[in-house]
Design a protein around this ligand. Structure first.
Ligand code: PBG
Length: 340
């Protein structure tokens, strides 16, 4: 090696070089660790249901419950104490309020808005509230938008409703609007409306590269859309085979004003996270979705691995791949493990 020449690792040979040297003790491994995971990297998704003092365990998501608004506020305090900076909210709209056009999404007194306000009352601005924008928890057909006579989800008409939904959530106090619907052009439309509405500091985290995935099953159960949904979401969510298209989705959403972008699902799509991070150098988040959570829980219950170790290793993998943070149902558990 001469000074000024690039370092060539093929020049270093055994036994002068032994990579096990720096791995030989815990203190040394800590010193050489390239990536760290902290509770501040986690966003905790929570399901809201109607009633008071209600906790409904979700069968397909062992260990996860739907909470009534009063108990959601308690979860927010718990998250704050654990150092989790942000919550993500999803409503299980009562069946009677689900309609063809999902108008309940626009009601300033809907479950989502009441949950946002309860968290605000309990925690002030000490914790972030991210709200999902899409119509699936509000429609009688379980699709994320308005459908035409053939069941096709209409793009532009849906965007109009999503703008209204976003303004409704922002007015209730949401900090981050997170459109998960995959309509074209919705980020720009929502950003413009937020600016005009005076919500200049309300962020947008775009579900930019969201794939039509088989890993969303337990979530649809949790928000009550599973039994309603006929068919799939392949005309708007992305084909799992595509990468180049993910980069185009991200480029468009950034150009339209997204503050950060999300890749979803998580672990099976870490290659997308890495490519997005390298191509754009912007904050990238990933959603470790319901099916991924369930796989870990079932694997641990079957004795296939240690639960805590599986949780921390998978979450660290997101950081290593380039994520700024991760939405995970394991957030509170992981934060407890990390704080211990
Ligand atoms: C709704 C939405 C979904 C998820 C987040 N927002 C489901 C879907 O697109 O069908 C999935 C989250 C999870 O599986 O944990 N648009």
């Amino acid at each position: 090696m001469r000074r000024g020449e690039p370092y060539d690792c093929t020049m270093t040979t055994f036994p002068r070089t032994r990579l096990r040297r720096t791995r030989s003790t815990a203190w040394s491994r800590a010193l050489y660790r390239e990536t760290i995971l902290t509770p501040a990297d986690l966003i905790w998704p929570l399901f809201v249901t109607s009633g008071k003092a209600v906790e409904e365990p979700i069968g397909s998501l062992p260990g996860v419950s739907r909470w009534s608004v009063d108990l959601i506020a308690q979860r927010a305090k718990e998250a704050m104490a654990l150092g989790i900076p942000c919550l993500a909210l999803f409503p299980n709209t009562p069946a009677g309020l689900r309609t063809e056009d999902g108008q309940e999404a626009l009601d300033p007194d809907n479950l989502m808005c009441r949950a946002i306000k309860a968290i605000r009352d309990a925690c002030g601005d000490q914790i972030g509230v991210l709200t999902d924008v899409a119509l699936d928890p509000y429609t009688s057909h379980g699709q994320d938008g308005l459908v035409d006579g053939h069941g096709y989800v209409r793009n532009d008409a849906t965007v109009d409703v999503l703008v209204g939904q976003s303004l409704n959530q922002a007015a209730a106090g949401a900090d981050i609007i997170a459109p998960s619907d995959m309509m074209d052009g919705r980020i720009g439309a929502i950003r413009d409306a937020l600016e005009q509405g005076g919500h200049t500091n309300v962020q947008i985290m775009s579900y930019a590269a969201k794939y039509a995935s088989a890993f969303y099953g337990p979530f649809r159960d949790a928000v009550g859309s599973k039994g309603l949904l006929k068919g799939d979401k392949k005309t708007y969510q992305m084909d799992p085979a595509n990468t180049e298209e993910a980069l185009r989705e991200v480029a468009l959403d950034l150009a339209e004003g997204a503050d950060s972008v999300m890749v979803k699902p998580g672990l099976p799509y870490l290659d997308i996270v890495r490519r997005v991070k390298e191509a754009f150098e912007v904050p990238v988040f990933a959603y470790q979705v319901s099916g991924e959570y369930a796989m870990i829980e079932h694997a641990a219950a079957a004795g296939a691995g240690d639960r805590d170790a599986l949780v921390l290793e998978t979450l660290l993998a997101f950081k290593r791949a380039g994520c700024s943070g991760v939405l995970t149902y394991h957030a509170a558990h992981a934060a407890r493990l990390l704080g211990a």
